[in-house]
Design a protein around this ligand. Structure first.
Ligand code: AMP
Length: 571
Protein backbone atom coordinates (compact mmCIF):
# COMPACT_ATOMS: atom_id res chain seq x y z
CA UNK A 1 0.00 0.00 0.00
CA UNK A 2 1.17 3.51 -0.78
CA UNK A 3 0.41 6.55 1.38
CA UNK A 4 0.95 10.30 1.10
CA UNK A 5 2.92 11.99 3.89
CA UNK A 6 3.29 15.66 4.75
CA UNK A 7 6.49 15.67 6.81
CA UNK A 8 6.13 19.15 8.30
CA UNK A 9 8.42 21.33 10.40
CA UNK A 10 5.88 21.47 13.23
CA UNK A 11 3.28 18.83 12.39
CA UNK A 12 3.16 15.79 10.13
CA UNK A 13 0.18 14.04 8.55
CA UNK A 14 -0.48 10.85 6.64
CA UNK A 15 -3.27 10.33 4.10
CA UNK A 16 -4.36 7.71 1.63
CA UNK A 17 -6.30 7.63 -1.63
CA UNK A 18 -9.30 5.36 -1.07
CA UNK A 19 -12.69 4.94 -2.65
CA UNK A 20 -12.06 7.72 -5.14
CA UNK A 21 -10.93 10.33 -2.63
CA UNK A 22 -8.09 11.46 -0.40
CA UNK A 23 -8.58 10.54 3.27
CA UNK A 24 -6.60 11.65 6.30
CA UNK A 25 -5.51 8.99 8.79
CA UNK A 26 -5.78 9.43 12.57
CA UNK A 27 -2.89 8.68 14.91
CA UNK A 28 -3.12 6.66 18.11
CA UNK A 29 -4.62 9.68 19.90
CA UNK A 30 -7.36 10.06 17.29
CA UNK A 31 -5.79 13.20 15.83
CA UNK A 32 -4.70 13.87 12.25
CA UNK A 33 -1.87 16.25 13.19
CA UNK A 34 1.12 14.49 14.72
CA UNK A 35 3.58 17.06 16.14
CA UNK A 36 6.99 16.58 14.51
CA UNK A 37 8.65 16.06 17.90
CA UNK A 38 10.71 13.18 19.26
CA UNK A 39 11.64 12.50 22.86
CA UNK A 40 13.58 9.75 24.61
CA UNK A 41 11.73 8.43 27.63
CA UNK A 42 13.63 7.62 30.82
CA UNK A 43 13.31 3.90 30.08
CA UNK A 44 15.04 4.47 26.72
CA UNK A 45 11.93 4.16 24.58
CA UNK A 46 11.13 6.68 21.89
CA UNK A 47 8.09 8.94 22.11
CA UNK A 48 6.79 10.65 19.01
CA UNK A 49 4.12 13.31 18.56
CA UNK A 50 2.15 15.08 21.27
CA UNK A 51 3.77 13.29 24.21
CA UNK A 52 7.18 14.33 22.88
CA UNK A 53 5.93 17.88 22.38
CA UNK A 54 4.80 18.07 26.00
CA UNK A 55 8.28 16.99 27.06
CA UNK A 56 10.03 19.81 25.16
CA UNK A 57 9.48 21.96 28.24
CA UNK A 58 10.02 19.39 30.96
CA UNK A 59 12.88 17.45 29.34
CA UNK A 60 14.49 19.76 26.76
CA UNK A 61 17.72 17.74 26.85
CA UNK A 62 15.92 14.54 25.82
CA UNK A 63 13.50 16.06 23.29
CA UNK A 64 13.75 17.53 19.80
CA UNK A 65 11.57 19.61 17.47
CA UNK A 66 12.03 21.69 14.30
CA UNK A 67 14.71 19.30 13.01
CA UNK A 68 13.36 19.56 9.47
CA UNK A 69 15.30 22.80 9.34
CA UNK A 70 18.56 20.83 9.58
CA UNK A 71 17.78 18.22 6.94
CA UNK A 72 20.67 17.87 4.50
CA UNK A 73 23.22 19.22 6.98
CA UNK A 74 25.43 17.26 9.33
CA UNK A 75 24.15 18.97 12.44
CA UNK A 76 23.16 16.41 15.03
CA UNK A 77 20.84 16.61 18.02
CA UNK A 78 21.64 14.95 21.33
CA UNK A 79 18.80 13.18 23.10
CA UNK A 80 19.97 11.71 26.37
CA UNK A 81 23.21 9.89 25.62
CA UNK A 82 22.60 9.45 21.91
CA UNK A 83 23.28 11.72 18.95
CA UNK A 84 20.64 11.74 16.23
CA UNK A 85 20.90 13.04 12.70
CA UNK A 86 17.92 15.00 11.35
CA UNK A 87 17.22 12.09 8.95
CA UNK A 88 16.91 9.73 11.91
CA UNK A 89 14.57 11.99 13.83
CA UNK A 90 12.45 12.40 10.69
CA UNK A 91 12.57 8.63 10.23
CA UNK A 92 11.08 8.20 13.72
CA UNK A 93 8.18 10.47 12.74
CA UNK A 94 7.73 8.56 9.49
CA UNK A 95 7.77 5.25 11.37
CA UNK A 96 5.02 6.47 13.68
CA UNK A 97 2.91 7.62 10.70
CA UNK A 98 3.53 4.30 8.95
CA UNK A 99 2.29 2.44 12.04
CA UNK A 100 -0.83 4.67 12.20
CA UNK A 101 -1.57 4.02 8.54
CA UNK A 102 -1.09 0.28 8.98
CA UNK A 103 -3.45 0.24 11.95
CA UNK A 104 -6.04 2.18 9.92
CA UNK A 105 -5.73 0.22 6.70
CA UNK A 106 -5.14 -3.22 8.21
CA UNK A 107 -2.34 -3.95 5.77
CA UNK A 108 1.40 -3.25 5.49
CA UNK A 109 2.45 0.14 4.16
CA UNK A 110 5.66 -0.11 2.18
CA UNK A 111 5.69 2.94 -0.06
CA UNK A 112 5.14 6.63 0.37
CA UNK A 113 4.93 9.92 -1.44
CA UNK A 114 6.63 12.45 0.85
CA UNK A 115 6.22 16.19 0.42
CA UNK A 116 9.11 18.64 0.67
CA UNK A 117 9.23 22.44 0.48
CA UNK A 118 9.67 23.45 -3.16
CA UNK A 119 12.83 25.27 -2.13
CA UNK A 120 14.46 22.20 -0.60
CA UNK A 121 17.91 21.73 -2.11
CA UNK A 122 19.27 18.56 -3.62
CA UNK A 123 20.89 17.63 -0.28
CA UNK A 124 17.69 18.29 1.70
CA UNK A 125 15.69 16.14 -0.74
CA UNK A 126 18.21 13.33 -0.53
CA UNK A 127 18.13 13.52 3.25
CA UNK A 128 14.31 13.27 3.15
CA UNK A 129 14.50 10.25 0.91
CA UNK A 130 17.08 8.68 3.27
CA UNK A 131 14.72 9.34 6.20
CA UNK A 132 12.05 7.36 4.35
CA UNK A 133 14.45 4.48 3.78
CA UNK A 134 15.55 4.47 7.42
CA UNK A 135 11.86 4.26 8.37
CA UNK A 136 11.47 1.23 6.10
CA UNK A 137 9.56 3.04 3.35
CA UNK A 138 10.27 3.11 -0.35
CA UNK A 139 9.95 6.76 -1.29
CA UNK A 140 8.01 6.59 -4.55
CA UNK A 141 8.26 10.30 -5.05
CA UNK A 142 9.25 13.55 -3.37
CA UNK A 143 6.50 16.01 -4.14
CA UNK A 144 6.84 19.78 -3.75
CA UNK A 145 4.53 20.98 -0.96
CA UNK A 146 2.83 23.77 -2.93
CA UNK A 147 2.35 21.34 -5.83
CA UNK A 148 0.69 18.92 -3.41
CA UNK A 149 -1.56 21.68 -2.09
CA UNK A 150 -2.39 22.61 -5.67
CA UNK A 151 -3.09 18.98 -6.52
CA UNK A 152 -5.62 18.72 -3.70
CA UNK A 153 -7.31 21.93 -4.86
CA UNK A 154 -7.03 20.94 -8.51
CA UNK A 155 -8.78 17.61 -7.92
CA UNK A 156 -11.49 19.54 -6.17
CA UNK A 157 -11.86 21.92 -9.09
CA UNK A 158 -11.54 19.13 -11.68
CA UNK A 159 -13.35 19.98 -14.88
CA UNK A 160 -12.97 23.73 -14.40
CA UNK A 161 -10.48 25.78 -16.36
CA UNK A 162 -8.79 27.93 -13.82
CA UNK A 163 -5.53 29.58 -12.91
CA UNK A 164 -4.64 29.90 -9.25
CA UNK A 165 -1.87 30.72 -6.84
CA UNK A 166 -1.11 28.63 -3.74
CA UNK A 167 0.18 30.68 -0.80
CA UNK A 168 1.66 28.13 1.63
CA UNK A 169 3.04 29.44 4.93
CA UNK A 170 3.93 26.52 7.17
CA UNK A 171 5.82 26.29 10.45
CA UNK A 172 9.24 26.81 8.91
CA UNK A 173 8.90 27.50 5.22
CA UNK A 174 7.04 29.70 2.77
CA UNK A 175 6.15 28.46 -0.71
CA UNK A 176 4.26 29.98 -3.60
CA UNK A 177 3.09 28.17 -6.73
CA UNK A 178 1.06 29.23 -9.72
CA UNK A 179 -1.02 26.58 -11.47
CA UNK A 180 -2.99 26.32 -14.65
CA UNK A 181 -5.79 23.81 -14.86
CA UNK A 182 -7.25 22.90 -18.24
CA UNK A 183 -8.71 19.72 -19.72
CA UNK A 184 -7.47 17.55 -16.87
CA UNK A 185 -3.92 18.82 -17.14
CA UNK A 186 -2.54 20.52 -14.06
CA UNK A 187 0.46 22.54 -14.99
CA UNK A 188 2.68 24.22 -12.43
CA UNK A 189 3.69 27.45 -14.12
CA UNK A 190 6.09 28.71 -11.44
CA UNK A 191 7.24 28.09 -7.88
CA UNK A 192 9.13 30.35 -5.54
CA UNK A 193 9.70 30.47 -1.81
CA UNK A 194 11.74 31.19 1.25
CA UNK A 195 13.19 28.23 3.09
CA UNK A 196 13.67 30.15 6.31
CA UNK A 197 10.38 31.90 6.82
CA UNK A 198 7.40 30.39 8.60
CA UNK A 199 5.07 30.51 11.60
CA UNK A 200 8.03 29.83 13.92
CA UNK A 201 9.58 33.15 12.99
CA UNK A 202 6.44 34.92 14.22
CA UNK A 203 6.95 33.20 17.57
CA UNK A 204 10.56 34.42 17.65
CA UNK A 205 9.39 37.94 16.87
CA UNK A 206 6.97 37.76 19.81
CA UNK A 207 9.76 36.50 22.07
CA UNK A 208 11.89 39.48 21.05
CA UNK A 209 8.98 41.79 21.74
CA UNK A 210 8.65 40.25 25.23
CA UNK A 211 12.32 40.93 25.97
CA UNK A 212 12.13 44.43 24.57
CA UNK A 213 8.89 45.58 26.23
CA UNK A 214 9.82 44.14 29.63
CA UNK A 215 13.45 45.28 29.31
CA UNK A 216 14.74 41.82 30.19
CA UNK A 217 18.51 41.23 30.15
CA UNK A 218 19.80 39.46 27.03
CA UNK A 219 21.64 36.97 29.26
CA UNK A 220 18.26 35.45 30.11
CA UNK A 221 18.17 34.00 26.61
CA UNK A 222 20.73 31.46 27.77
CA UNK A 223 18.24 29.98 30.23
CA UNK A 224 16.91 27.19 28.05
CA UNK A 225 13.96 26.26 30.27
CA UNK A 226 12.85 29.90 30.47
CA UNK A 227 13.07 30.27 26.70
CA UNK A 228 11.06 27.08 26.16
CA UNK A 229 8.33 28.38 28.46
CA UNK A 230 8.39 31.73 26.70
CA UNK A 231 8.12 30.00 23.32
CA UNK A 232 5.09 28.08 24.58
CA UNK A 233 3.46 31.31 25.70
CA UNK A 234 4.35 33.15 22.48
CA UNK A 235 2.91 30.30 20.39
CA UNK A 236 -0.29 30.28 22.44
CA UNK A 237 -0.59 34.09 22.21
CA UNK A 238 -0.03 34.04 18.45
CA UNK A 239 -2.81 31.49 18.04
CA UNK A 240 -5.11 33.30 20.46
CA UNK A 241 -4.75 36.48 18.42
CA UNK A 242 -6.18 34.60 15.43
CA UNK A 243 -9.56 34.59 17.15
CA UNK A 244 -9.48 37.29 19.85
CA UNK A 245 -8.26 40.88 20.11
CA UNK A 246 -5.82 40.50 23.03
CA UNK A 247 -3.55 37.84 24.54
CA UNK A 248 -1.32 37.59 27.59
CA UNK A 249 2.12 36.02 27.89
CA UNK A 250 3.07 34.94 31.42
CA UNK A 251 6.42 33.37 32.19
CA UNK A 252 7.59 32.54 35.66
CA UNK A 253 11.23 32.41 36.73
CA UNK A 254 12.01 31.74 40.35
CA UNK A 255 9.83 34.11 42.35
CA UNK A 256 9.30 36.52 39.47
CA UNK A 257 6.47 36.39 37.02
CA UNK A 258 6.94 38.30 33.79
CA UNK A 259 3.66 39.33 32.16
CA UNK A 260 3.01 41.03 28.84
CA UNK A 261 -0.33 41.80 27.32
CA UNK A 262 -0.42 42.35 23.57
CA UNK A 263 -2.97 42.99 20.85
CA UNK A 264 -2.96 42.16 17.16
CA UNK A 265 -1.50 45.55 16.23
CA UNK A 266 1.54 44.77 18.43
CA UNK A 267 1.92 41.38 16.74
CA UNK A 268 1.69 43.01 13.34
CA UNK A 269 4.26 45.62 14.24
CA UNK A 270 6.67 43.07 15.70
CA UNK A 271 6.31 40.97 12.56
CA UNK A 272 6.52 43.78 9.99
CA UNK A 273 9.93 42.66 8.64
CA UNK A 274 8.57 39.11 8.19
CA UNK A 275 5.47 40.36 6.38
CA UNK A 276 7.71 42.31 4.03
CA UNK A 277 9.64 39.15 3.18
CA UNK A 278 6.46 37.41 2.02
CA UNK A 279 6.21 39.72 -0.98
CA UNK A 280 9.39 38.79 -2.85
CA UNK A 281 8.56 35.12 -3.61
CA UNK A 282 5.03 36.09 -4.74
CA UNK A 283 6.42 38.69 -7.11
CA UNK A 284 9.04 36.31 -8.42
CA UNK A 285 6.50 33.55 -9.13
CA UNK A 286 4.22 35.99 -10.98
CA UNK A 287 7.11 37.34 -13.01
CA UNK A 288 8.34 33.84 -13.94
CA UNK A 289 4.83 32.78 -14.96
CA UNK A 290 4.52 36.03 -16.89
CA UNK A 291 1.27 36.90 -15.17
CA UNK A 292 -0.22 39.86 -13.36
CA UNK A 293 -2.08 39.18 -10.13
CA UNK A 294 -5.33 40.30 -11.82
CA UNK A 295 -4.99 37.33 -14.21
CA UNK A 296 -5.37 34.81 -11.37
CA UNK A 297 -8.80 33.27 -10.82
CA UNK A 298 -8.14 32.25 -7.22
CA UNK A 299 -5.70 32.38 -4.33
CA UNK A 300 -5.58 29.26 -2.16
CA UNK A 301 -4.13 29.30 1.36
CA UNK A 302 -2.17 26.39 2.80
CA UNK A 303 -0.06 25.94 5.94
CA UNK A 304 -1.23 26.56 9.50
CA UNK A 305 0.26 30.04 9.71
CA UNK A 306 -2.18 31.38 7.09
CA UNK A 307 -4.80 31.21 9.87
CA UNK A 308 -3.40 34.48 11.20
CA UNK A 309 -5.79 37.29 10.25
CA UNK A 310 -2.86 39.57 9.54
CA UNK A 311 -1.65 37.14 6.88
CA UNK A 312 -5.13 36.97 5.37
CA UNK A 313 -5.31 40.74 5.25
CA UNK A 314 -1.92 40.91 3.60
CA UNK A 315 -2.99 38.37 0.95
CA UNK A 316 -6.20 40.30 0.34
CA UNK A 317 -4.37 43.59 -0.25
CA UNK A 318 -1.62 41.89 -2.25
CA UNK A 319 -4.06 40.31 -4.70
CA UNK A 320 -7.01 42.65 -4.41
CA UNK A 321 -9.34 39.77 -3.58
CA UNK A 322 -10.24 37.49 -0.68
CA UNK A 323 -8.36 34.20 -0.65
CA UNK A 324 -10.25 30.95 -1.13
CA UNK A 325 -10.51 29.33 2.26
CA UNK A 326 -12.44 26.16 1.48
CA UNK A 327 -9.51 24.03 2.53
CA UNK A 328 -8.19 23.33 5.97
CA UNK A 329 -4.72 24.88 5.65
CA UNK A 330 -3.14 22.20 7.88
CA UNK A 331 -4.43 19.34 5.80
CA UNK A 332 -4.26 20.37 2.19
CA UNK A 333 -0.64 19.27 1.56
CA UNK A 334 -1.20 15.76 2.96
CA UNK A 335 -4.39 15.43 0.91
CA UNK A 336 -2.45 16.39 -2.20
CA UNK A 337 0.19 13.78 -1.39
CA UNK A 338 -2.61 11.20 -1.19
CA UNK A 339 -3.88 12.31 -4.61
CA UNK A 340 -0.37 11.74 -5.97
CA UNK A 341 -0.40 8.30 -4.33
CA UNK A 342 -3.68 7.64 -6.15
CA UNK A 343 -2.07 8.73 -9.42
CA UNK A 344 0.83 6.34 -8.78
CA UNK A 345 -1.53 3.51 -8.01
CA UNK A 346 -3.33 4.38 -11.28
CA UNK A 347 -6.67 4.73 -9.63
CA UNK A 348 -9.56 4.86 -12.11
CA UNK A 349 -11.05 8.01 -10.59
CA UNK A 350 -7.86 9.83 -11.60
CA UNK A 351 -7.66 8.39 -15.10
CA UNK A 352 -7.69 11.69 -16.89
CA UNK A 353 -5.50 13.73 -14.61
CA UNK A 354 -1.98 14.64 -15.69
CA UNK A 355 0.29 16.77 -13.60
CA UNK A 356 3.42 18.63 -14.58
CA UNK A 357 5.82 20.34 -12.19
CA UNK A 358 8.76 22.73 -12.53
CA UNK A 359 12.25 23.06 -11.11
CA UNK A 360 11.84 25.75 -8.43
CA UNK A 361 15.44 27.02 -8.65
CA UNK A 362 18.27 27.41 -11.15
CA UNK A 363 21.10 24.90 -11.33
CA UNK A 364 24.47 25.61 -12.88
CA UNK A 365 28.25 25.70 -12.65
CA UNK A 366 30.95 28.11 -11.55
CA UNK A 367 32.71 29.90 -14.40
CA UNK A 368 35.24 32.66 -14.80
CA UNK A 369 34.32 35.52 -17.06
CA UNK A 370 36.99 36.87 -19.39
CA UNK A 371 37.33 40.64 -19.16
CA UNK A 372 40.08 41.11 -21.74
CA UNK A 373 43.09 39.18 -23.05
CA UNK A 374 44.89 39.27 -19.77
CA UNK A 375 42.35 39.32 -17.01
CA UNK A 376 39.23 37.49 -15.95
CA UNK A 377 36.78 37.63 -13.09
CA UNK A 378 36.32 34.47 -11.00
CA UNK A 379 33.40 32.92 -9.17
CA UNK A 380 30.47 33.64 -11.51
CA UNK A 381 27.39 31.43 -11.67
CA UNK A 382 26.34 30.12 -15.06
CA UNK A 383 22.88 28.46 -14.99
CA UNK A 384 22.45 25.28 -17.03
CA UNK A 385 18.81 24.70 -16.02
CA UNK A 386 16.94 27.92 -15.29
CA UNK A 387 14.36 28.05 -12.52
CA UNK A 388 10.77 27.20 -13.37
CA UNK A 389 11.69 24.95 -16.28
CA UNK A 390 9.17 22.06 -16.54
CA UNK A 391 10.57 18.78 -15.16
CA UNK A 392 11.86 16.21 -15.95
CA UNK A 393 14.45 18.14 -17.91
CA UNK A 394 17.87 17.52 -19.37
CA UNK A 395 20.03 20.39 -20.66
CA UNK A 396 23.60 20.60 -21.75
CA UNK A 397 26.16 23.38 -22.13
CA UNK A 398 29.79 23.48 -23.29
CA UNK A 399 32.70 24.77 -21.26
CA UNK A 400 36.37 25.32 -22.05
CA UNK A 401 39.28 25.04 -19.61
CA UNK A 402 40.86 28.40 -18.84
CA UNK A 403 44.54 27.53 -19.39
CA UNK A 404 46.40 25.58 -22.02
CA UNK A 405 47.85 22.25 -20.82
CA UNK A 406 45.42 21.89 -17.93
CA UNK A 407 45.08 18.17 -17.11
CA UNK A 408 41.98 18.42 -14.99
CA UNK A 409 38.89 20.56 -14.78
CA UNK A 410 36.92 20.88 -11.55
CA UNK A 411 33.29 21.63 -12.21
CA UNK A 412 31.71 23.17 -9.15
CA UNK A 413 27.94 22.68 -9.16
CA UNK A 414 25.62 25.24 -7.56
CA UNK A 415 21.96 25.96 -7.04
CA UNK A 416 20.50 29.45 -6.68
CA UNK A 417 19.70 32.69 -8.40
CA UNK A 418 22.65 34.92 -7.47
CA UNK A 419 25.16 36.19 -9.98
CA UNK A 420 28.13 35.07 -7.88
CA UNK A 421 28.50 31.45 -6.71
CA UNK A 422 29.46 32.52 -3.19
CA UNK A 423 25.85 33.59 -2.69
CA UNK A 424 24.40 30.32 -3.99
CA UNK A 425 24.28 26.81 -2.54
CA UNK A 426 27.19 24.50 -3.36
CA UNK A 427 25.95 21.07 -4.39
CA UNK A 428 29.13 19.25 -5.30
CA UNK A 429 32.16 18.93 -7.51
CA UNK A 430 32.77 16.92 -10.69
CA UNK A 431 36.41 16.23 -11.63
CA UNK A 432 36.97 15.75 -15.34
CA UNK A 433 40.28 14.56 -16.79
CA UNK A 434 41.31 16.47 -19.93
CA UNK A 435 43.28 15.04 -22.89
CA UNK A 436 46.77 16.29 -23.71
CA UNK A 437 45.60 18.43 -26.58
CA UNK A 438 45.34 22.06 -27.65
CA UNK A 439 42.81 24.15 -25.79
CA UNK A 440 40.18 24.09 -28.52
CA UNK A 441 40.08 20.25 -28.35
CA UNK A 442 39.34 20.27 -24.62
CA UNK A 443 35.73 21.42 -24.75
CA UNK A 444 33.58 19.67 -22.17
CA UNK A 445 29.85 19.15 -22.66
CA UNK A 446 28.11 19.28 -19.30
CA UNK A 447 24.65 17.75 -19.05
CA UNK A 448 22.31 18.38 -16.12
CA UNK A 449 19.38 16.01 -15.70
CA UNK A 450 16.76 16.96 -13.17
CA UNK A 451 14.00 14.47 -12.38
CA UNK A 452 10.45 14.84 -11.07
CA UNK A 453 11.70 14.36 -7.50
CA UNK A 454 13.97 17.37 -7.83
CA UNK A 455 17.09 15.21 -7.75
CA UNK A 456 19.99 16.15 -9.96
CA UNK A 457 22.47 14.18 -12.00
CA UNK A 458 25.41 15.79 -13.74
CA UNK A 459 27.39 14.28 -16.60
CA UNK A 460 30.44 15.69 -18.36
CA UNK A 461 31.79 14.50 -21.70
CA UNK A 462 35.08 15.56 -23.22
CA UNK A 463 33.94 16.16 -26.76
CA UNK A 464 37.13 15.03 -28.47
CA UNK A 465 37.56 11.72 -26.63
CA UNK A 466 33.83 11.13 -25.99
CA UNK A 467 34.89 10.13 -22.48
CA UNK A 468 32.16 10.60 -19.89
CA UNK A 469 32.41 11.36 -16.17
CA UNK A 470 29.15 11.32 -14.27
CA UNK A 471 28.27 12.43 -10.86
CA UNK A 472 25.46 11.81 -8.63
CA UNK A 473 26.48 14.67 -6.42
CA UNK A 474 28.78 13.50 -3.69
CA UNK A 475 31.29 14.90 -1.29
CA UNK A 476 28.49 16.62 0.59
CA UNK A 477 29.22 16.23 4.28
CA UNK A 478 25.51 16.64 5.04
CA UNK A 479 24.55 13.42 3.29
CA UNK A 480 24.58 9.79 4.27
CA UNK A 481 26.00 7.20 1.87
CA UNK A 482 23.80 4.17 1.02
CA UNK A 483 25.92 2.08 3.43
CA UNK A 484 25.37 4.60 6.21
CA UNK A 485 21.64 4.63 5.52
CA UNK A 486 21.60 0.83 5.89
CA UNK A 487 23.55 1.08 9.13
CA UNK A 488 21.24 3.76 10.59
CA UNK A 489 18.25 1.68 9.59
CA UNK A 490 19.68 -1.18 11.63
CA UNK A 491 20.53 0.91 14.67
CA UNK A 492 17.17 2.67 14.65
CA UNK A 493 15.39 -0.67 14.44
CA UNK A 494 17.04 -1.54 17.76
CA UNK A 495 15.45 1.45 19.49
CA UNK A 496 12.42 0.66 21.52
CA UNK A 497 9.36 2.54 20.25
CA UNK A 498 6.80 3.38 22.88
CA UNK A 499 3.78 1.06 22.34
CA UNK A 500 1.15 2.81 20.22
CA UNK A 501 -1.76 1.61 22.36
CA UNK A 502 -0.22 3.17 25.49
CA UNK A 503 0.51 6.50 23.87
CA UNK A 504 -2.61 8.21 25.12
CA UNK A 505 -1.71 7.55 28.76
CA UNK A 506 1.91 8.51 28.24
CA UNK A 507 0.85 11.78 26.56
CA UNK A 508 -1.40 12.67 29.49
CA UNK A 509 1.43 12.01 31.96
CA UNK A 510 3.78 14.21 29.95
CA UNK A 511 1.16 16.95 29.93
CA UNK A 512 0.73 16.57 33.69
CA UNK A 513 4.48 16.87 34.21
CA UNK A 514 4.61 20.03 32.12
CA UNK A 515 1.83 21.61 34.16
CA UNK A 516 3.44 20.47 37.42
CA UNK A 517 6.64 22.36 36.55
CA UNK A 518 4.70 25.55 36.05
CA UNK A 519 2.71 25.45 39.29
CA UNK A 520 3.90 26.18 42.82
CA UNK A 521 3.01 25.54 46.41
CA UNK A 522 -0.14 23.64 47.30
CA UNK A 523 -1.42 23.53 43.74
CA UNK A 524 1.77 21.85 42.67
CA UNK A 525 1.67 19.32 45.48
CA UNK A 526 -1.94 18.53 44.69
CA UNK A 527 -1.21 17.98 40.99
CA UNK A 528 1.76 15.79 41.94
CA UNK A 529 -0.64 13.55 43.87
CA UNK A 530 -2.99 13.33 40.90
CA UNK A 531 -0.10 12.29 38.64
CA UNK A 532 1.04 9.69 41.13
CA UNK A 533 -2.47 8.31 41.42
CA UNK A 534 -2.77 7.97 37.67
CA UNK A 535 0.65 6.28 37.50
CA UNK A 536 -0.44 3.78 40.11
CA UNK A 537 -3.63 3.11 38.24
CA UNK A 538 -1.61 2.41 35.09
CA UNK A 539 0.45 -0.18 36.97
CA UNK A 540 -2.70 -2.17 37.80
CA UNK A 541 -3.10 -2.91 34.07
CA UNK A 542 -6.85 -3.03 34.53
CA UNK A 543 -8.08 -1.65 31.18
CA UNK A 544 -11.55 -0.60 32.36
CA UNK A 545 -10.32 1.18 35.47
CA UNK A 546 -7.53 2.85 33.50
CA UNK A 547 -10.00 4.17 30.91
CA UNK A 548 -12.20 5.67 33.63
CA UNK A 549 -9.20 7.11 35.50
CA UNK A 550 -7.84 8.54 32.29
CA UNK A 551 -11.00 10.54 31.64
CA UNK A 552 -10.88 11.87 35.17
CA UNK A 553 -7.18 12.73 35.00
CA UNK A 554 -7.70 14.48 31.68
CA UNK A 555 -10.45 16.67 33.08
CA UNK A 556 -8.20 17.52 36.05
CA UNK A 557 -5.48 18.66 33.65
CA UNK A 558 -7.94 20.65 31.60
CA UNK A 559 -9.12 22.42 34.72
CA UNK A 560 -5.58 23.23 35.80
CA UNK A 561 -4.80 24.55 32.33
CA UNK A 562 -7.88 26.75 32.32
CA UNK A 563 -7.41 28.07 35.83
CA UNK A 564 -3.78 28.93 35.60
CA UNK A 565 -3.75 30.49 32.11
CA UNK A 566 -0.81 28.31 31.25
CA UNK A 567 -1.79 27.80 27.65
CA UNK A 568 -0.74 24.96 25.46
CA UNK A 569 2.72 23.48 25.01
CA UNK A 570 4.82 24.91 22.18
CA UNK A 571 3.98 23.46 18.76
P1 AMP B 1 2.29 23.59 9.27
O1 AMP B 1 3.78 23.37 9.12
O2 AMP B 1 1.60 23.84 7.98
O3 AMP B 1 1.62 22.61 10.15
O4 AMP B 1 2.14 25.01 10.01
C1 AMP B 1 2.20 25.10 11.36
C2 AMP B 1 2.35 26.58 11.70
O5 AMP B 1 1.06 27.17 11.68
C3 AMP B 1 2.92 26.79 13.08
O6 AMP B 1 3.89 27.83 13.04
C4 AMP B 1 1.71 27.21 13.88
O7 AMP B 1 2.07 28.10 14.91
C5 AMP B 1 0.86 27.92 12.86
N1 AMP B 1 -0.57 27.92 13.24
C6 AMP B 1 -1.40 26.87 13.33
N2 AMP B 1 -2.63 27.25 13.75
C7 AMP B 1 -2.57 28.60 13.92
C8 AMP B 1 -3.50 29.62 14.34
N3 AMP B 1 -4.75 29.31 14.68
N4 AMP B 1 -3.09 30.90 14.39
C9 AMP B 1 -1.81 31.22 14.05
N5 AMP B 1 -0.88 30.34 13.65
C10 AMP B 1 -1.25 29.03 13.59
Amino acid sequence: MIVGIDLGTTNSLVAVWREGQAQLIHNGLGEVLTPSCVSLDEDGSVLVGRAARERLQTHPERSAALFKRYMGSNKTVRLGKREFRPEELSALILKALKADAEAFLGEPVTEAIITVPAYFSDAQRKATRAAGQIAGLRVERLLNEPTAAALACGIHLRGAETRFLVFDLGGGTFDVSILDLFEGVMEVRASAGDNFLGGEDFVHALRDLFFQRLALPESLRRDEAFMQRLSGQAEAAKRALSTQPRATLRVRRGDDEHVLEIDEAALEQACAPLLKRLRAPVERALRDANLRSSELDNVVLAGGATRMPLIRRLVTTMFGRFPAIDFNPDEVVALGAAVQAGLKARDKALDEVVMTDVSPYSLGVEVSVRLDDRSSSQGHFDPVIERNTPVPVSRSKSYMPTTEGQSMIDLEIYQGESRMVRDNIHLGRLRVALPHAPLQDCAVDVRFTYDVNGLLQVEAMVRKTQETTSLVIEGNPGLLSPAEVAQRLKSLAELKIHPRDKLENRTLLARGERLYEQLRGEQREWLGMQILRFEQLLSTQDARMIAAGRREFESVLERVERDSYLGDAPQ
